[in-house]
Design a protein around this ligand. Structure first.
Ligand code: ZN
Length: 350
């Protein structure tokens, strides 16, 4: 199928999501991270494609401007990508502490890592042929990848991150060719290992995005609404200032867009000023709560962020992925996000 002509999108306050959406219960166990698939072989492939159509229709009906595949083809935003690479043993997993916060069963790097085949390129081609809206492809960032595995080969986070950056770049360039308008790298680790961000994290991220003609983005957050993250956030004090160290580095980088968490968070919004000149994806929907925001609540977050980011560079977004939520709650939040942005757009007279 030929790609359709791009639909006209609003020029101000274009809405998008961080990436993931809940999967249908017939495809994977609901409300769980690393949820096992409920289908096999060809039925699983068909199920994943059907799920992509469903989440695409949900985003379009809600009024989201820049849509994603809802990460319906992956069990996890990091490990699924790693498991598609050579040099990785994902049958004999190891339990490691990730993000300095919680234990997870992760793949083991046992030799030189290499990408011998495309990972998500077919998914983006599928998405491109089923919508006329701009689409965003999401990938894990290099630092978050090294933080979500056991390395039995390189024994250096930096060395392995640089290997992954080159591999991600191959995938990113092919995703662009397949029709992605934005390629986003998810780097929640950027809120944890601040020294590494400065030493090699930003550089590895730029390698991953090198040569992209479409927009490049990085998503940095305080994680899904799981207990370990909620407990961690309680230790961060009355103001969360992790972004203060990262944003000046990103402002000087070649990355076009920065996605961050603003809804129900203790991030001082004046930190957004540090991103002058960049597109800012403002999290205006909380993913750590089942309470669906009202459009007015979303609008209030957008208005507060607009003191620091002009509306043509402000993209109302979710705080993080919505995969651990119920479908009903996630759909409600999609609608609230679009309705809240529309409210503010009307106030601006557009
Ligand atoms: Zn996130």
């Amino acid at each position: 199928m030929e790609p359709r002509r791009p639909r006209l999108t609003p020029l101000l306050l274009r809405t998008t999501i961080a990436g993931s959406l809940p999967k249908p219960a017939w495809l994977a166990e609901p409300k769980a991270l690393w949820a096992p698939w409920r289908l096999d072989a060809e039925l699983l492939d068909e199920g994943k494609r059907d799920a992509m159509r469903l989440v695409l229709a949900d985003q379009e009906a809600a009024g989201i401007d820049i849509v994603t595949d809802g990460e319906q083809t992956r069990r996890h935003f990091v490990t699924t990508f790693i498991e598609n690479l050579d040099g990785v043993d994902f049958k004999n997993k190891r339990t490691v502490r990730i993000r300095n916060r919680y234990d997870a069963d992760v793949p083991v790097v046992v030799g030189k890592v290499a990408r011998t085949q495309p990972v998500y390129v077919e998914d983006i081609r599928f998405l491109r042929s089923h919508t006329d809206r701009p689409i965003k492809a999401t990938l894990p960032g290099p630092m978050t990848m090294v933080d979500t595995l056991y390395d039995n080969h390189y024994r250096s986070r930096e060395k392995l991150a640089r290997e992954f950056a080159a591999i991600l770049n191959q995938e990113a360039l092919e995703l662009e060719k397949a029709g992605a308008d934005v390629v986003q790298f998810d780097e929640p680790a950027f809120n944890v290992y601040m020294d590494e961000v400065e030493a090699w994290g930003i550089d590895a991220l730029q390698t991953a995005a090198a040569g992209l003609g479409c927009k490049s983005a990085v998503h940095i957050c305080y994680g899904y609404g799981i207990k370990a993250n909620v407990d961690w956030k309680r230790t961060l004090g009355s103001e969360w200032r992790q972004y203060e160290a990262t944003f000046p580095l990103l402002a000087r980088s070649k990355i076009d867009q920065i996605s961050l968490e603003c809804a129900n968070s203790r991030v001082p919004l004046e930190l957004l000023e540090l991103l002058k000149g960049k597109d800012v994806l403002v999290g205006a929907v909380d993913v750590a709560s089942d309470v669906v925001e009202g459009p007015e609540q979303v609008a209030a977050t957008i208005r507060a962020a607009m003191k620091f980011v002009p509306p043509d560079k402000l993209y109302p977004c979710t705080n993080c992925g919505m995969v651990p939520l119920s479908r009903e709650v996630a759909l409600g939040k999609l609608k609230a996000l679009a309705a809240g942005a529309a409210l503010v757009r009307r106030e601006l007279g557009t």
